[in-house]
Design a binder for this molecule. Structure first.
Ligand SMILES: [Zn+2]
Ligand SMILES: [Zn+2]
Length: 280
């Protein structure tokens, strides 16, 4: 079965995330290893790394994924693209130091480029970053997006184009966000449509490359291309796909990370919904 978890705050120090995740009952967690809205990259201190490692012992969290900065756009131009590559390289370095195996990354924006040019550009940058970090094991997980504006990754077939460009590089994987794929237009609210979506993912990226799921219901209709997260069972998606996912043997030990709103029932409430769906 998937590892149930949530995006957890690192306020007060990276290691505090483990304490919060344990309190919420997480088996996996996603964190930002740095301020996700600033370019500034302060290197990790030995003490931070050591505390993070020490707190991991005895925690119920089995896997940690990092979410890369929102500022990174590998489809950007000139200095933005260069800054993005550097920021991604330093994120991979941080994760390597913290023994975090996966970094979730938004594929980027096409801006004024054609879709094909943008995908080629993103792929070239990914290869550059992978080359610069070839001594590390950390994978980059490209996240499926809601398809708003010129954002890349709303159409699942775009990921197979990227995979072709990077020649199936073993350190490229995927993070499937249920709310985003629904907003992008894919159906998964029944047993049949959930399985069709998994088949489609298998066809374009291979399910063995899916190393993370993002879980939230949606405030918007299917195909709205709008990214608005909602508590599980309180949006337009309903509980069925989440129930299918957390019981799906094909995603054994894969983090299923809640990105539901922090107010209201919060992480604890959504985690207990997932546990019930798992029959606990
Ligand atoms: Zn994301
Ligand atoms: Zn989202």
């Amino acid at each position: 079965m998937a590892l149930i978890g949530a995006h957890i705050s690192v306020a007060g120090g990276l290691h505090k995330a483990y304490q919060r995740a344990d309190a919420a009952g997480c088996e996996a967690m996603q964190i930002f290893t740095r301020n996700q809205r600033q370019w500034l990259n302060v290197p990790l201190s030995f003490r931070e790394i050591e505390e993070f490692y020490r707190t991991s012992k005895g925690s119920s969290v089995k896997k940690v994924v990092s979410h890369a900065s929102y500022l990174i756009n590998l489809g950007g131009n000139g200095p933005i693209r260069e800054k993005s590559e550097q920021a991604l390289i330093s994120e991979l370095e941080r994760c390597s130091q913290l023994s975090i195996g996966d970094v979730v990354l938004h594929p980027g924006f096409a801006l004024e480029d054609t879709w094909e040019d943008a995908l080629a550009k993103v792929s070239a940058s990914l290869l550059k970053v992978l080359e610069a970090t070839s001594d590390m094991k950390v994978r980059i997980l490209l996240e499926t997006m809601a398809g708003q504006g010129s954002v890349l990754g709303g159409d699942i077939s775009e990921f197979s184009a990227i995979l072709d460009h990077v020649e199936g590089h073993p350190r490229i994987g995927f993070c499937v966000d249920i709310c985003h794929v629904f907003a992008a237009g894919y159906e998964m609210r029944t047993h049949e449509s959930y399985n069709r979506l998994v088949d489609l993912l298998d066809k374009h990226v291979g399910i063995e490359r899916i190393h993370c799921w993002h879980l939230s219901d949606s405030k918007m209709e299917r195909g709205s291309k709008k990214d608005r997260h909602q508590h599980l069972g309180e949006g337009t998606i309903g509980l069925e796909p989440f129930s299918m996912l957390v019981n799906d043997a094909r995603f054994e030990n894969i983090p299923a990370i809640l990105e539901t709103p922090k107010e209201g029932m919060g992480d604890e409430g959504n985690i207990s919904v997932l546990r019930k769906l798992r029959g606990e």
